[in-house]
Design a protein around this ligand. Structure first.
Ligand code: HEC
Ligand code: HEC
Ligand code: HEC
Ligand code: HEC
Ligand code: HEC
Length: 279
């Protein structure tokens, strides 16, 4: 397309345009966060809302960064309560549900599962020690374990993150709420002598599928010390969940958390036991 034609076609960014890049983070559709917003999986997208309805744009800069650090408009926080009130509930349970909002994020009850769209499973385990040839591209990638309807992990979060990404916060931290997370396990390439992860050369890995060669070239290029013997090392990363908001009828029910097989690990979250049963 020539410059004049491009200039004449300038328009507001649609969701389709944003998703040209954002659908494939992590190497494939919905692989990374597991909650890519689509019409089939998110009540807002189903109503025809665009990404930019929530991710407000200011001079080509896009608000909203969550757990990653590239905040372009740090003074704007993209939050559910930018449109809904902090007491959004109706009906007989409204007082109790609104009170739960003091310590529980909206996302926790309203994003009941990861990768709810059967057409777009997400990667829950990624193993770089086992390269596989991807037919569509003719390149090697890591072995992925894919899944749908994955139950999130629930952790306190005060909006600070560790590196590699893990949420910071606890029950005693007044700024923290319980948020849902997608935990992904990675087996990365490490130095057998030190048990430390090393850089691998992505191009060598993709073209040859030769782990030893990719490790040798990667450590060389990064000027890392390397014994020459590699081994798999396990790492985990946690990603926040903010999309694929389900219809209100699919929100978590009382028993999903307070039932005998409830999904919260009360002790791990800092409670002596289920706070409802004490009352
Ligand atoms: C050309 C590819 C591309 C397009 C198109 C694109 N993005 Fe991004 N976006 C990126 C990259 C790359 C990052 C940085 C990721 C990181 O730092 O890990 C990013 C970061 C973000 C972030 C988080 C960090 C921040 O800057 O606050 C949000 C939110 C975001 N994009 C939303 C959107 C929306 C909404 C659209 C459509 C209006 C869009 N993006 C279009 C590539 C793209
Ligand atoms: C209904 C509101 C809403 C819509 C619609 C929406 N988002 Fe988000 N998005 C959020 C919220 C809330 C966050 C978390 C922001 C925070 O905590 O700082 C977020 C976070 C993000 C992030 C950061 C990483 C992550 O996943 O947490 C990216 C990238 C992103 N959105 C891209 C998009 C794209 C692309 C679209 C459209 C296809 C879109 N969003 C549509 C509400 C929305
Ligand atoms: C403890 C779980 C829980 C939390 C936390 C929670 N919700 Fe809800 N929400 C529900 C349930 C369950 C329903 C369905 C209730 C019903 O149909 O009577 C619901 C319904 C709704 C509705 C539809 C209201 C209606 O009847 O039309 C909206 C909008 C909503 N929630 C938004 C939010 C927002 C925004 C937050 C955060 C400020 C939030 N919720 C926090 C569980 C929760
Ligand atoms: C840009 C404004 C905006 C933001 C931000 C936003 N919503 Fe909404 N939300 C809406 C609108 C508009 C509707 C549709 C209301 C209607 O049709 O009555 C809606 C509907 C809902 C419903 C009701 C769905 C149903 O079954 O009727 C829930 C639940 C909900 N939102 C939760 C959330 C959560 C959780 C977040 C944060 C991750 C969020 N919303 C962020 C505007 C927003
Ligand atoms: C997402 C999981 C979750 C859901 C769903 C949920 N709760 Fe809770 N509930 C909690 C947590 C966490 C606490 C402790 C909050 C705190 O530390 O203040 C709690 C506290 C309570 C308490 C303790 C007393 C209080 O008010 O402080 C009662 C009673 C209760 N919940 C009843 C209910 C009922 C009834 C429902 C359904 C309408 C419900 N909960 C849904 C997680 C949940």
């Amino acid at each position: 397309m020539d410059i004049l034609q491009a200039a004449q076609n300038v328009q507001k960014a649609t969701s389709e345009m944003c998703l040209r890049c954002h659908t494939s983070t992590g190497g494939g559709p919905n692989h990374k966060h597991g909650v890519t917003p689509t019409k089939d999986s998110d009540v807002h997208m189903a109503k025809g809302m665009e990404c930019t309805a929530c991710h407000t744009v200011k001079a080509h800069k896009i608000a909203g960064g969550a757990d990653i650090k590239a905040h372009e408009v740090p003074e704007v926080i993209v939050a559910c309560t930018n449109c809904h009130t902090a007491a959004p509930h109706k009906g007989s349970q409204k007082t109790l549900l609104n009170k739960h909002g003091n310590r529980i994020a909206c996302q926790t009850c309203h994003i009941p599962a990861i990768a709810r769209d059967p057409k777009q499973p997400t990667a829950i385990e990624r193993d770089w020690t086992r390269p596989v040839l991807i037919e569509a591209t003719g390149l090697y990638g890591p072995t992925n374990k894919m899944a749908n309807n994955v139950m999130p992990e629930y952790r306190w979060w005060n909006r600070m993150m560790l590196v590699p990404p893990e949420p910071v916060g606890s029950k005693n931290d007044p700024k923290a709420k319980i948020f849902p997370w997608k935990k992904t396990t990675y087996t990365v390439i490490g130095d057998a002598a030190t048990d430390k992860a090393i850089f691998i050369k992505a191009g060598v890995y993709a073209i040859t599928g030769d782990v030893a060669a990719a490790a040798k070239k990667g450590a060389e290029d990064a000027k890392q010390s390397y014994s020459g013997q590699w081994k798999g090392i396990k790492e985990t990363m946690s990603f926040s969940l903010n999309h694929q908001v389900a219809s209100k009828s699919e929100a978590l029910k009382c028993a999903d958390c307070h039932g005998t097989k409830g999904r919260l690990d009360w002790k791990a979250l800092g409670y002596e036991g289920d706070p409802m049963k004490k009352k």
